[in-house]
Ligand binder design. Structure first.
Ligand code: SF4
Length: 459
């Protein structure tokens, strides 16, 4: 199997005795398999001390410290000593902590109290919390909700159902998946994973446990992480590269592990296209717009500190891996910078690239003139995000600054683009309560293609 670049193992137990005497080789194999960073998670005072020691000896390893819910009965008295480690050692998270009513090694009340104390510690240190939950889903959410200031963190080794995932995402947490996602009987877990947003996912081995297929008879180690990442990529319908980049960026966002991804990316490769982020401005306010939910999209930081010049846009494309197809899309409405679309688009076409404009179709309305003839030499195709078959509904869901005239202007743009540019598609997000069939038949009447885009509440 081809190893993707730059995976982060967001949860491992490198202090396990199974690695004694061979940790250097384990880390070497991990590097060779494309795992650049590993978070080793202490589960008791002794385990946390070892995790810290490993992280101090190996720069690619970061450490977290907590007392695992299964050990609270026996080792809960060490909590203050574990908490004191945060004053002297470099630790990136508190945990793992949580509730495990499956094993039930520890009285539930004691687990509950310890979970709370770990969250308090995380909040006091402004660190994320690593949550372990088994068969205590409602109870875990209740504990998190009982804090006035919500903690941030990750539900590791996720094995809950879709409803629980929704609760976790709603609270801003990340979800990390482990090797059991690859197991033959894990169809329901894979179905849950299929609905999870790339922007909130991480991958882990939880080694030495949960070895992924096809190595189940062996001890798990970080080198097997790509197997889980590949299964996850298949579940969510993304490439391994896009999954790896995004999960790695998410580990940086939550734990600060690895290299900080570049800020304000102008050209970003995704799903086989090279997208251009030339502005963050838009006159619409669609509630599903990624701008309102995250600065990140699929591992790219898209919030621009300043808008790029035409030369910078061209250079960003030249610096990226070669692509046959360029899309003006980004994190705002490209026609807000019509001049760049025209000049850079013409340049890319001259270089043999195919150029598509993803737009809300309101460029002519904003500019106060018909801009379609100006686009004709610069773009090969246009995709108009229409999202509604009527002016009233458009105003309600897209909240255009131009008000009631916006929908008619977008439809007029589609007609003019159809007649001048030719390759035109209308798209709609399958928002609950929106009649997407009516939009499909409007596209048919207009003589253009139609594409329904999946709605996700979470970026
Ligand atoms: S038209 Fe596009 S960029 Fe503008 S608010 Fe809607 S989704 Fe965001």
């Amino acid at each position: 199997m081809r190893a993707p670049p730059g995976l982060v193992d967001s949860h491992a137990h490198l202090d396990s005795e199974v690695y004694h005497g061979r940790l250097t080789d384990v880390l070497k194999s991990a590097r060779a398999a494309g795992v650049t960073h590993i978070l080793t998670v202490g589960t008791s005072l002794e385990s946390a001390l070892q995790a810290i020691s490993i992280s101090e000896r190996h720069p690619e390893v970061a450490a977290a410290a907590g007392i695992h819910p299964n050990y609270i009965a026996e080792k809960g008295g060490d909590f203050n000593a574990v908490a004191a480690l945060f004053d002297s050692a470099k630790l990136v998270a508190v945990g793992e902590t949580g509730l495990d009513f499956y094993r039930d090694f520890t009285p539930r009340k004691a687990q509950h109290d310890a979970f709370r104390r770990h969250i308090e510690l995380a909040l006091s240190k402004d660190l994320p919390v690593i949550v372990h939950v088994r068969e205590a889903y409602d109870e875990a959410i209740e504990v998190i909700d009982s804090f006035e200031k919500p903690p941030r963190g990750v539900f590791h080794c996720f094995s809950g159902d879709a409803a629980f995932a929704e609760e976790v995402l709603k609270r801003g947490f990340f979800i990390s998946v482990a090797g059991q996602l690859s197991y033959r009987k894990a169809d329901s877990l894979r179905a849950v994973a299929a609905g999870l947003p790339l922007g909130r996912l991480m991958v882990e081995t939880d080694c030495p446990y949960l070895t992924p297929v096809p190595h189940r008879s062996k001890t798990n180690e970080p080198a097997y992480l790509a197997l889980t990442a590949e299964v996850l990529a298949g579940c969510i319908g993304e490439s391994l590269e896009d999954t790896a980049r995004s999960t790695t960026a998410n580990a940086w966002r939550l734990f600060g592990m690895g290299e900080e991804p570049p800020r304000g990316v102008v050209a970003y490769a995704l799903r086989g296209n090279l997208y251009l982020n030339i502005t963050n401005r838009c006159t619409n306010q669609c509630p599903w717009c990624v701008r309102y939910r995250s600065q990140w999209l699929a591992g790219y930081h898209l919030e621009l500190e300043r808008e790029p010049t035409c030369e910078e846009v061209i250079k960003a494309v030249e610096d990226a891996q070669p692509h046959e197809s360029i899309v003006f899309c980004g994190y705002g409405e490209p026609t807000e910078r019509l001049d760049i679309v025209k000049r850079a688009g013409a340049h890319f076409r001259k270089s043999g690239m195919r150029v598509r404009l993803d737009t809300n179709g309101l460029g002519s309305l904003s500019a106060g003139r018909d801009i379609v003839p100006e686009l004709a030499g610069s773009v090969d195709a246009v995709s108009v995000s229409l999202n509604s078959a009527s002016a009233k509904e458009y105003e309600r869901i897209c909240r255009p600054a131009e008000g009631a005239k916006a929908h008619a202007a977008a439809v007029d743009f589609v007609i003019k683009a159809r007649d001048t540019i030719g390759d035109v598609k209308v798209t709609a997000v399958d928002l609950p309560g929106v009649d997407t069939e009516a939009i499909r038949s409007l596209a048919r009447r207009l003589g253009v293609k139609f594409r329904l885009r999946a709605y996700s509440r979470y970026a």
